[in-house]
Design a protein around this ligand. Structure first.
Ligand code: AMP
Length: 487
């Protein structure tokens, strides 16, 4: 087996890897590092969890070693490497890794992202940094403010390019690339390769070597299972799984921001410590939730796809898809949060009847079926009738599924993310898109949780008390298909 030393990395970098407990390179590192150290362009097909951050960061640092210096003059620390990521969370994590790899070398790194006061970032930029990790919008804010210069960049990394495309960053990326010196090394990583990503790669990369690791394949260390369940009983099943399997750290994905908030809220009311991260949360709120989750003080972190993108939580054992993603590739991204760098993980999907079409798409993408296991007492055809009835007077015009999945008024995270990032001199932690009309607020979100088990127990002895049973059964026979708007 190849060692990091055999890849030709400098002793100071090796020491940092040793400090971090990296024993041997992962497959992507083994392939990317030697090539990138030579200055070749790379197109990497690798998802988060494969060790791709070190794959691009280590050779980049190695190539900057001749410039490493302890000088205090900002002129001695121009930006020489630019790493772009789609989300703030990923940017933070990448920079944390870069910092750790640079522990024994005098190379400075910094992360800048939107949603926080731009002025707090300026002094650090002015002091000079060699490696800048940034989200595209905020980087352009700084360019516009003339608070950074990109004329000495010799390495560009685009991380999770497909997600940047999804989030609408393509025009920003093109603008940024125009601002860079033509002579540079480029590395672009993407888990998936839609047409636009291939075009972008053609535009940016020169004679790139294509390196593919587990493309569109879920990590072999991740066990996957599907639990078919009635949509109305998903929450109970989630609680059941968390409690009976004693899950102490689980990342749960929902399709919408409102569903995300509500689920976290309800779990807390049931005594399961949970928090939510999604596009309507401020950056500070997201970081706080993530830190608490990493530290183990939050048992369940409920997240939407956009917010969870790129999260790296050491040895995360469980990912639960409370809602299946409508885009099969998101499934691969989601379950890439677990089973990372060889650790074992389990991905559990709660699948209601109306989601079977999404499951089919996922299985098609994976090229195999996922084992379906019915959890006793959570058979897919059986709904939680009393609990639904208890809600109905307040929400009588809505279908049961829409009750749990009503989107907020904003269909995607992107329009909010980008103005947040782009607005120069934005005040700290403001939420520009957050002023929601009162009508968009779902009353259920604030309503006290009705514990279904007790409701069933109370009503079960006398089914006649269930009230308009036929009416409810009719609803289940003709369910309105849930169309949760994704972030
Ligand atoms: P990434 O795919 O870059 O997000 O990395 C996923 C996780 O694997 C991170 O927690 C890294 O710190 C860790 N990691 C990366 N490379 C190695 C390695 N060679 N040995 C052990 N852990 C690693």
């Amino acid at each position: 087996m190849t060692t990091f030393a055999e890849l030709g990395l400098a002793p100071d970098i090796l020491r940092a890897l040793d400090d971090m407990g990296y024993a041997t390179p992962t497959p992507i590192q083994e392939q990317v590092i030697p090539l990138a150290m030579q200055g070749g362009d790379i197109l990497g097909a690798a998802q988060t969890g494969t060790g791709k951050t070190a794959a691009f960061a280590l050779p980049l640092i190695q190539r900057l070693l001749p410039f490493a210096n302890t000088g205090t003059s900002p002129a001695k620390h121009p930006i020489r490497a630019l790493i772009l990521t789609p989300t703030r969370e990923l940017a933070i994590q990448v920079e944390e890794s870069v910092k750790a790899y640079c522990k024994h070398v005098p190379i400075r790194s910094l992360v800048v992202f939107g949603g926080v006061n731009i002025n707090t970032q300026i002094p650090f930029l002015k002091a000079g940094v060699e490696i800048l990790v940034a989200t595209p919008g905020r980087l352009l804010d700084h360019v516009q403010n003339k608070t950074l210069m990109l004329n000495q960049v010799n390495t560009l990394v685009l991380d999770e390019a497909d997600r940047m495309l999804d989030m609408g960053f393509m025009p920003d990326l093109k603008r940024i690339v125009e601002l860079l010196p033509a002579q540079r090394v480029n590395m672009m990583f993407s888990a998936t390769f839609p047409e636009e990503i291939r075009k972008l790669a053609d535009k940016i990369l020169n004679n790139a070597t294509f390196i593919e690791v587990a493309r569109n394949e879920t990590a072999v260390t991740v066990t996957q299972v599907v639990h078919p369940v009635h949509h109305e009983r998903k929450r109970q099943l989630l609680v059941h799984l968390v409690k009976t399997r004693d899950l102490s750290q689980v990342l749960v994905f929902t399709g919408t921001k409102l569903g995300c908030n509500r689920l976290a809220n309800e779990l807390n009311k049931l005594g399961i410590h949970a928090d939510a991260i999604h596009g309507d949360k401020t950056q500070q709120e997201r970081i706080k939730a993530l830190d608490a989750f990493k530290a183990g003080s939050i048992r369940v972190l409920v997240a939407t796809d956009v917010a969870a993108r790129g999260l790296d939580i050491e040895a995360l054992p469980f990912v639960i898809n409370y809602d299946l993603p409508h885009n099969a590739e998101d499934y691969v991204h989601r379950i890439g949060r677990t089973g990372r760098a060889g650790a074992k993980g389990e991905a559990i999907s709660l699948v209601s009847e109306s989601e079977t079409r999404y499951l089919k798409d996922i299985e098609k993408l994976l090229g195999r079926s996922i084992d379906a296991v019915i959890v006793p007492n959570f058979e897919p055809g059986v709904a939680d009738v009393p609990a639904f009835q208890s809600r109905e007077p307040r929400q009588s015009s809505r279908s049961p599924e829409r009750l749990t999945e009503q989107p907020t008024q904003r269909p995607t995270e992107r329009p909010a993310e980008r103005p947040t990032e782009r607005a120069p001199n934005a005040p700290a932690e403001r939420r520009p898109q957050r002023a929601k009309p009162a009508a968009a607020r779902d009353a259920l979100f604030d309503a006290p949780y009705v514990q279904r088990e007790s409701a069933i127990a109370a009503l079960a002895p006398d089914s006649a008390q269930r009230g308009p049973k036929r009416q409810v059964a009719a609803l289940f026979r003709t369910p309105v298909k849930p169309e949760p708007t994704k972030e």
